[in-house]
Design a protein around this ligand. Structure first.
Ligand code: NAD
Ligand code: UGA
Length: 459
């Protein structure tokens, strides 16, 4: 099977960058990314690269190179499905907010809608690729829907989970550690291997059965998140004992069996996937009666919740047990640097805890809009939207954010924060000038020497 037309359903943080890179690296394949969200598609088609809906270093260049040549963004979902030899499903799979499995299981309604739409629109044989992160054995449900509701054409289902991290998506896609393809039909598997082999060395393209592929994605995220929770657990012990978590991380990370990556202590991991995927893993384990397995992985989330909470508690305690009416400047709102994504960002939960103590918060983030900050707080439902707007301001200038603040809290590790004029910031603040570094970002800036009361995670 040779692929000449690809359709991808879902033009989000995964579908957009992933398919743009396939189009860039495979000029012989026409790639059409479709979405029901008209605004998002219009933004992908915007000639101004600054207005693409996803901010990722290097993405605008890739889109500019391929768009209009063999890369297209469209709202015509049925048309793109009908034309394609291969259809990727890259829609969102959030945690269920209702019914059985509420707060734990993955909500598969968007996946099922896609399957039904593919079945209805397809008038030729197609390879269907699961790009979204899905519970193990979802391919079985997809198969059943496609085969029972289709027009008599045949479908082969592959699992091809995505491992890119936001902020480094283009680099990760250009030079992946591995590409994983699970499937039953050897020709269908080979067709997708051939797409990636245009730029990924063959030995890095792994093929497995469907269920191993589906489960490997949840497992990879669980292991990664577990490392962050493990080092964060140690960070609290460091704070009590005089050990320094960076030194401990370096000392253990040089053991080649442990490895040095993903050991940065922080205010807690965020992002749309770690929590959702672990909760899903826990739910799956429990649904098979594997309670010890479920309990084991649940602790990764418990530790992360604790880390976010104790960062906020420490701010309150250090500031004489009250932040009521005090101005706290937040540097950073995104869940990590180099992205405009704020989903599950620790900043949201720290802000919520401080607002409940009647603090006033002023946020500065280089890539996050005021509308997004308010949407994140409103979504929690802790207080009314009016109250959130009364207590929280969002500004475009870090010096305005920190001016006359009682404290500064670093929530995201944006590089630019390190280059700020910290003596000037201290001058403008209320004294004592408290600085709570949730990323251990400013250790080299010698803030205590400048007169800041400096508190960093794990120190
Ligand atoms: P997203 O919310 O940014 O994008 C999903 C898009 O799908 C939305 O634009 C939505 O409008 C669209 N959509 C939903 N239903 C549709 C339908 N029936 N027809 C057409 N479009 C539809 O989500 P995302 O971050 O891109 O994540 C997508 C999947 O990839 C999830 O399963 C996620 O777990 C997984 N994943 C995400 C990342 C990441 O870094 N964000 C990394 C690896 C895997
Ligand atoms: C993560 C995985 O790294 C990707 O492989 C995966 O594809 C993706 O989830 C997904 O499935 O969505 P992402 O969430 O984009 O990627 O970013 P990460 O770099 O993993 O960071 C996640 C969170 O952990 C961030 O809040 C980050 O600040 C935090 N983190 C990460 C730490 O606190 N310490 C670290 O050492 C590493």
């Amino acid at each position: 099977m040779k692929i000449s037309k690809i359709c991808c359903i879902g033009a989000g943080y995964v579908g957009g960058p992933t398919m743009s890179v396939i189009a860039q690296k495979c000029p012989h394949i026409t790639v059409t990314i479709v979405d029901i969200n008209e605004k998002r598609i219009a933004a992908w088609n915007d000639p101004d690269p600054a207005r693409l809906p996803v901010y990722e270093p290097g993405l605008a260049e890739v889109v500019t190179e391929a768009r209009g040549r063999n890369l297209f963004f469209s709202t015509d979902v049925d048309g793109a499905i009908a034309e394609a030899d291969m259809v990727f499903i890259s829609v969102n799979t959030p945690t269920k907010t209702y019914g059985k499995g509420k707060g734990m299981a993955a909500d598969l309604k968007y996946i099922e809608l896609c399957a039904r739409q593919i079945a209805a629109a397809a008038n030729s044989d197609k390879i269907i690729v699961e790009k979204s992160t899905l519970p193990v054995r979802t391919a079985e449900a997809l198969k059943s829907i496609l085969h029972n509701t289709g027009n008599g054409v045949s479908f082969h289902i592959l699992s091809n989970p995505e491992f890119l991290a936001e902020g480094t998506a283009i680099q990760d896609l250009h030079d992946p550690d591995r590409v994983l393809i699970g499937g039953e039909n050897p020709e269908a598997v080979q067709a997708l291997v051939d797409v990636y082999a245009s730029w990924v060395p063959r030995e890095r393209i792994l093929t497995t059965n469907l269920w191993s592929s589906e489960l490997s994605k949840l497992t990879a995220n669980a292991f990664l998140a577990q490392r962050v929770s493990s080092i964060n657990a140690i960070s609290e012990l460091c704070e009590r004992t005089g050990a320094n978590v960076d030194e401990v991380a370096r000392a253990i990370g040089t053991d080649s069996r442990i490895g040095g990556k993903f050991l940065r202590a922080s205010v807690g991991f965020g992002g749309s996937c770690f929590q959702k995927d672990i909760l899903n893993l826990v739910y799956i384990a429990r649904s098979y009666g594997l309670h010890e397995v479920a309990h084991y992985w649940e602790q990764v989330i418990a530790m992360n919740d604790h880390q976010k909470r104790r960062f906020a508690d420490n701010i309150v305690q250090t500031m004489y047990n009250t932040v009521s009416g005090k101005k706290i400047a937040f540097l950073g709102w995104a869940f990590k640097k180099d992205t405009n994504d704020t989903r599950e960002s620790a900043a949201i939960y720290v802000a919520d805890a401080l607002l409940s103590e009647e603090a006033r918060i002023v946020v500065y983030d280089p890539k996050v809009s005021a509308g997004q900050v308010y949407a994140d707080l409103d979504y929690l439902g802790t207080r009314s939207p009016e109250e959130n707007r009364r207590l929280v301001a969002v500004v475009n200038d870090p010096y305005e954010a920190t001016g006359s603040a009682h404290a500064v809290a670093v929530l995201t590790e944006w590089d630019e924060f390190k280059a700020y004029d910290w003596p000037r910031i201290k001058e403008g603040m209320m004294k004592p000038a408290f600085l709570f570094d949730g990323r251990k970002l400013l250790a080299a800036n010698r803030l205590p020497d400048l007169g800041f009361q400096y508190y960093a995670i794990g120190e």
